[in-house]
Write a protein that binds this ligand. Structure first.
Ligand code: BV8
Ligand code: ZN
Length: 273
């Protein structure tokens, strides 16, 4: 594994930190998979999943709140947390990482975007057919009958540091509305996971961007691609368990590294940082 420190955010930095072999692999790729985690939304101001919690939820671990049991134990606490997170996403804008991934779709023959994120920033940047392995904050549904519930399009009032909120009641059966995300212990959506596995096995280049590579079965995706012969590019300021398996690890924020990479690989396109 080659490791490149992309920490230099000097706007005039040249692009020599990216190895030519990586640039050629991207230029010659037939099918590219981009696999993202919460780090790709960090530069949009959306806290990553394992960032220290703030406000009301300071004393809770995200993994404790992202469970069916937590919701059954305290619906108001969990619904309040998700509404606070939904509000953060609605206030956020796609960053250069999301925009670069969207631009990549027109620069390579085939691109598949697979995300663990529950925000819609890839879609708002222009990516299409994004495979959401862990659901979405924007698709709440009834806990009992599964009926979709249309979240209000207005940005909810920002509960100062978050607060407890009673979940809405399903008009269909009277059950409680729950977030449309996949909680720990819940099965991932079968269609999305099957398509993600197939893309990983078919691609010749996979980017793993902004993920701690800790949550399964999603964290299997890069390994499947590698076993099928793909080259793996990891973009993350920190070390992860994928370091050993990645062909290249670019150490830097995705919002800086990705535009740099596209400028180096496709200079004729005139991408600006
Ligand atoms: C299941 C939605 C079984 C909710 C989430 C082996 C196989 C299968 C399961 C397991 C297994 N071992 C253990 C399990 C159980 C569990 C699991 O994986 N636990 C882990 C903690 C060990 N898995 C499950 O429970 C899954 N379900 O297996 O069900 C089953 C099967 C059949 C039938 C019934 C049941 C469900 C997992 C899904 C959980 N839901 N999210 C919500 O959002 O509230 S997962 C959660 O973690 C988020 O979705 C997040 O996306 C995901 C992964 O986190 P990351 O995205 O990586 O974010 P993180 O904060 O960790 O890291 C951010 C990274 O970005 C860091 O590395 C940082 O350095 C980097 N970064 C920061 N800034 C930048 C940056 N990178 C680039 N640029 C920057 N600027
Ligand atoms: Zn219902």
């Amino acid at each position: 594994m080659h490791e490149y420190d992309m920490g230099n955010t000097d706007m005039n930095a040249n692009h020599t930190a990216i190895p030519q072999a990586l640039i050629s692999a991207l230029q010659q790729a037939r099918h590219v998979v981009v696999f993202t985690g919460a780090g790709v939304s960090a530069e949009s101001g959306v806290p990553t999943f394992r960032d220290a919690q703030t406000g009301l939820w300071e004393r809770f671990d995200a993994e404790e709140l992202a469970t069916t049991q937590a919701f059954l134990n305290d619906k108001e606490l969990v619904w309040g947390w998700y509404e606070w997170r939904r509000m953060q996403v609605m206030r956020a804008q796609p960053n250069p990482a999301h925009l670069s991934i969207a631009a990549l779709a027109s620069l390579v023959p085939r691109l598949t975007v697979i995300t663990q994120n529950v925000d819609d920033l890839h879609e708002r940047a222009g990516s299409t057919q994004v495979l959401h392995l862990h659901g979405s904050l924007l698709n709440p549904r009834c806990f009992d009958c599964g009926q979709a519930w249309a979240a209000p399009s207005a940005i909810p009032d920002e509960p100062a540091g978050g607060r407890r909120l009673s979940p809405p009641i399903c008009l269909h059966c009277g059950g409680a509305i729950r977030p449309g995300v996949v909680w720990f212990g819940e099965e991932l959506p079968v269609r999305e996971l099957r398509r993600a596995y197939a893309s990983a096995k078919d691609c010749d280049l996979l980017f793993s961007i902004g993920t701690s590579s800790l949550v399964y079965p999603a964290a299997e995706i890069p390994n499947l691609a590698k076993q099928a012969g793909a080259k793996i590019i990891q973009i993350n300021p920190d070390k992860t368990p994928l370091d050993a398996g990645a062909t290249w690890s670019l150490r830097g924020p995705a919002g800086v590294v990705l535009p740099d990479l596209l400028i180096a690989a496709f200079p004729e396109v005139g991408i600006r940082r």
